[in-house]
Design a protein around this ligand. Structure first.
Ligand code: ADP
Ligand code: MG
Length: 698
């Protein structure tokens, strides 16, 4: 029988295949490009292209595509076949180095936020040799970056690669200061835990809200929700198990290290976690995972919902971004070391992260800001919209001892001076299971928990990598010029702890009192919604920092501002239109029909016996009638709120109007509709209820 070992990565042009199919010279030169970013000459590119094509064709591929990640947040591909006519009337399969390295998709229909003037509608895609090519269906997919002809990044991969380079550069400077001359590069790694819902396809099809917006816009609370806590880690149902099995197989063939799967807190909610890998590959893999989840679900008569909040009153879905930095030889720089010397270096990296998260709280919040995620953050289930760092008791005590120059409790009478030879060894804190912190240290990595389930992880990691690169740069600048390295190091770490300890919070992040303390006492930012958060990307300190590391140009930042707010507005407007349409064409007619039938039955009863009071029927008809009046009125108010949006002077103002009025009117419309659902006979209700959707998969 074929085992996982046999087919793992069978659809990937990975190192094993490269070694087997490329000449030693071509392989060495490609490897240099992958590991060190050296440019690929066209001769090598041609040889690689020919080998990839032969390999792909042998596996049944007929087409190739430059696979990229435009600012829509999903992936894009345009397929070209390998065929080329031969003089004898047949075809040969061809693929050149030029076609491998560069593509020219028509960029005009992708969002550019003003970056791509119409005269340069064509953008180009450029091969990212650090992420392996793979086969999807009958198509060879070549991971690429997507730029405008002016050189502006129109995608998420380009700035992500730039941010990794920025981090690499600054982290190496620090390592050299600690005497490490052997590390060739430093990379960040990510393991993203992905949450999702599975519901029956036939029910999904009956709900326009799910089909158009990915979430339910109506739905009364079912008699049973998640209150019994009986789903988390519960037994996986056979249909879901079959889905997971096929999903794993598909992911493994693509070399994706799908590792852990379990049921989540909400009914019908599940999670998949891969083993962590280099950030840009993890990003490609997460995009692929989301796509394949939906495809495999369809094969099982299911729909995979990746929306952050598919059901009101039920836990939403997020993505935990487990992040660490390591050298090419595998030394994790966020892992406390064996010797005091290593620990001084560890503490410096730890401080760099703490400082980065504090200085750029707003950028981290911005990196996860979408209309969908606004329903989660701060809603007692996901971390709050306030960013803070959790360290655990042990590290906290270490930092406190350093700050106050007092003995560290773990070691008798030892002054926590950072003169490297007296810094004690400390154990990594494995006791922590804090689940409410947005940014938690978990032993040898940080877990950034604010990402929404549908977010590309690129954005969060761009900000994280760059902000940490900035802290490291400040440290390296000081240390390189220091007369006394150890003294300067000690002072710098102490200063970081002093200046930034207000971002450290080890308590319950879901507590209301925390938000009060965070904002009023500690002065942390509380950017509750996307329109509150996004404008801060244009703050001078953020623009200066991002441009100084070459991660974004000013124009690129401006374009992200425009596109993110445009996305927010479009998303909510589609939701609002779907709501009014469902209310008017489905809910009102259903309630009317039911009320008419109740009235009719009262008339029939009266005819039989005119002494009957029929008070139940009369009362119900009155209630239903009042509800339809309210629904109609609220639908009209929502429509008016949408019309007023035309007066907005720019996208910033439009997004604020949506936040303040449209969303408000949407909740107001929902209330009488959900109430009507509880009073209307089930056979009249026009679409499946929460109970059907959440407990429909057997
Ligand atoms: P949980 O957070 O549920 O306790 P784990 O801590 O085992 O689970 O891991 C969650 C995710 O973190 C997995 O995707 C795992 O591969 C990833 N992970 C583990 N170590 C690291 C690391 N050093 N850097 C980045 N991600 C890591
Ligand atoms: Mg986790």
């Amino acid at each position: 029988m074929e085992t996982v070992k046999d087919y793992f990565g069978s659809l990937v042009f990975d190192d094993r295949v490269m070694k087997a199919t490329l000449s030693a010279k071509v392989y060495a030169s490609l490897k240099k490009t992958i590991d060190e970013g050296t440019e690929l000459d066209i001769g090598v590119a041609n040889a690689v292209a020919a080998a990839i094509k032969d390999w792909a064709v042998a596996k049944g591929a007929t087409h190739y595509t430059h696979w990229f990640q435009p600012l829509t947040g999903i992936t894009a591909e345009k397929h070209d076949s390998f065929i080329s006519p031969s003089p004898d009337g047949g075809v040969i399969m061809e693929f050149s180095g030029k076609e491998l390295i560069k593509g020219e998709p028509d960029a005009s229909s992708f969002p550019s936020g003003g970056l791509r003037a119409t005269f340069e509608a064509r953008g180009y895609t450029a091969w990212d040799p650090t992420s392996y090519a793979f086969i999807k269906g009958k198509t060879l997919c070549i991971p690429t970056a997507f730029c405008s002809y002016g050189g502006h990044a129109l995608d998420k991969k380009t700035p992500l690669l730039r941010s990794m380079e920025a981090l690499n550069k600054q982290a190496l400077r620090i390592l050299r200061l600690f005497g490490n001359n052997s590390a060739k590069c430093v990379r960040s790694s990510v393991g993203p835990e992905q949450e999702y819902f599975l519901i029956p396809e036939e029910m999904y099809e009956q709900r326009p809200d799910l089909r158009f917006t990915g979430r339910t816009l109506f739905g009364a609370k079912p008699p049973k929700g998640q209150e019994m806590d009986d789903h988390y880690f519960g037994v996986i149902k056979p249909r879901v198990a079959a889905f997971m099995e096929e999903l794993n197989n598909e992911l493994w063939k693509l070399g994706i290290l799908a590792k852990t799967e379990h049921n989540e807190v909400a009914p019908a909610q599940h999670e998949l976690a891969p083993i962590y890998t280099t950030t840009n590959i993890a990003t490609d893999h997460n995009q692929l995972t989301m796509e394949i989840m939906q495809k495999v679900a369809a094969k099982h008569g299911l729909v995979c919902l990746l929306h952050e909040k598919p059901f009101a009153g039920v836990n939403g879905s997020g993505k935990h971004n487990n992040w660490s930095i390591a050298t090419d030889s595998g030394q994790n720089l966020l892992s406390p070391g064996e010797t005091p010397y290593e620990n001084a270096q560890f503490l410096l990296f730890l401080c760099a992260v703490i400082k980065a998260v504090d200085d750029y709280q707003d950028l981290l919040r911005i990196s996860v800001a979408t209309a969908g995620n606004d329903h989660r953050l701060g809603a007692n289930e996901a971390p709050p919209a306030v960013v803070s760092v959790f360290l655990g008791d042990e590290l906290n005590a270490v930092l406190e001892a350093i700050e106050t120059d007092t003995p560290y409790k773990g070691i008798e009478k030892t002054q926590m001076k950072l003169g490297v030879d007296v810094l004690p060894k400390f154990n990594r804190d494995t006791t922590d299971r804090n689940r409410t912190s947005p940014f938690a240290f978990t032993g040898n990595k940080f877990e950034f928990r604010m990402l929404g389930s549908s977010n590309s992880i690129a954005c969060a990691n761009i900000m994280l990598n760059t902000a940490v690169a900035e802290s490291l740069k400040i440290y390296a600048d000081r240390l390189e010029g220091a007369e006394n390295f150890e003294k300067t190091l000690h002072e710098m770490i102490r200063k970081t702890i002093r200046d930034h300890k207000h971002i450290i919070f080890n308590g319950n992040g879901y507590d209301d009192s925390w938000i009060k303390e965070a904002t009023e006492k500690r002065g942390l930012m509380n950017l509750r919604t996307t329109p509150d958060a996004i404008p801060h990307i244009l703050d001078k300190k953020n623009v200066d920092m991002l441009t100084s590391h070459g991660v974004f140009s000013e124009a690129e930042i401006r374009s992200r501002y425009e596109i993110t707010l445009e996305n927010y507005c479009k998303t909510v407007i589609i939701e609002a239109n779907t709501m009014t349409s469902m209310a008017k064409t489905q809910i009102i007619p259903a309630v009317e029909a039911y009320a008419a039938s109740v009235a009719k039955s009262a008339f029939a009863k009266k005819e039989l016996d005119d002494t009957l009071a029929c008070s139940f029927e009369k009362g119900l008809v009155r209630k239903l009638s009042a509800l339809t009046d309210r629904i109609a009125a609220k639908a009209e108010e929502l429509e008016n709120a949408l019309i007023v949006l035309h007066n907005a002077k720019d996208i910033g103002e439009e997004s604020e109007m949506i936040r303040d009025t449209v969303l408000e009117k949407m909740s107001e419309l929902r209330i009488p509709c959900d109430e009507a659902e509880t009073l209307t006979a089930k056979s009249y209700w026009p679409f499946p209820t929460y109970g059907d959707l959440l407990f429909g998969v057997k």
